[in-house]
Design a protein around this ligand. Sequence first.
Ligand code: SF4
Length: 388
Amino acid sequence: MSESPESAPPPKAPTTALRQRLAELRGPSAQPHPLDARALAALAANPGCRRRALLDGAGVDKSALAAALGSPSGYGQSQFAFMRGNAFEARVKADGGRELLRLLGLQEAGEVRLPELGASGPEGRAARTALALREATGAGAVSLLDHPMLALEVAGSPAYLEPDAVVVHPDGRWTVVEIKSFPMIDASADAAKVGAAARQAAVYVLALERVAGAVPGASVAHRVLLVCPKDFTNLPTASAVDVRKQLSVTRRQLARLTRVEDIAAALPEGLTFDLDGRSAEQLCEAVEQVPHAYAPECLAACELAFHCRDRARLAGAVEALGRSVRGELGGLSTVGEVLAAARGEAGEPDDPAVAALRRAAALRSEALAPAGVPAARGAREAEGAACR
Ligand code: SF4
């Protein structure tokens, strides 16, 4: 377990001018949509997407925007899953968190402190949490912080994050607890879901390290506690998940995000994503002003995925085929260019991507040539069919 708190300044509040610009982008009557750790983990997974960085930074409700654009998202949690998750979490935390502490191996903890974390607004709650963490670290007892609030600066905007719980150990260690409603069967759970939970928990660890850097004796555990229902019951079970890899990826990717103010500065005056009184065409025009970086992974991570995929396909962008295919194609950026290169109508023959495409086209033609027809004729017919 590596536990080295990093000292970093607290998130800076955006300037008044930036706040105003972001409010304009969101629309005067729209409440800012808060960023959560799941959204930050997705943002970190696609740091090249200025569209998402801007919309998230401005607090635009991307689900509502996607619906107004005519491409409603299939991404997100159903109401049923949400309620089931809440009921399971309440069960895990019942009786002052005794069950949760047992899962952490702290059943003999004696007195357990449950600090009060209420305050007005996310800034107030984050300040209250920081104070509670500082007091708990010096207390020499176990403290359970239920839904603390953590602040993290992301691309120039403060994001407020709410882990399910943070446990402060008597030795000053802080452990993030993630409670999920997907089952752990025979001590193992769906790898994709565990991966998503680990990426989310890594964002919390990152935010906690910012606080720990200013608290003497504090350290943040890089193994988080993942709590899930056991087998097909509603009984909780847990597993310690090492998030060091996710933490270093998230840290690096979030640092690479272009600052929201730089993205906003490059946009035309008066541009807005305000849904009030705007047609799908007007909104589409506004969204298309901000460059995107579509990849098929967006389908599992972003509300605008169907819209961006349609636009990428319309433009014939090879990104729509996936990052690995994009990487293989070198300087060829559209499907049209790829086909022209394969047909020998464009591209440098000594370009490895072009040479590979021509070789593949020739092999395909040979394979498709009807029996008894010379390969050259079969090749011409097959190429014609492939490009129609
Ligand atoms: S779906 Fe669009 S806006 Fe969302 S991350 Fe992908 S490219 Fe960016």
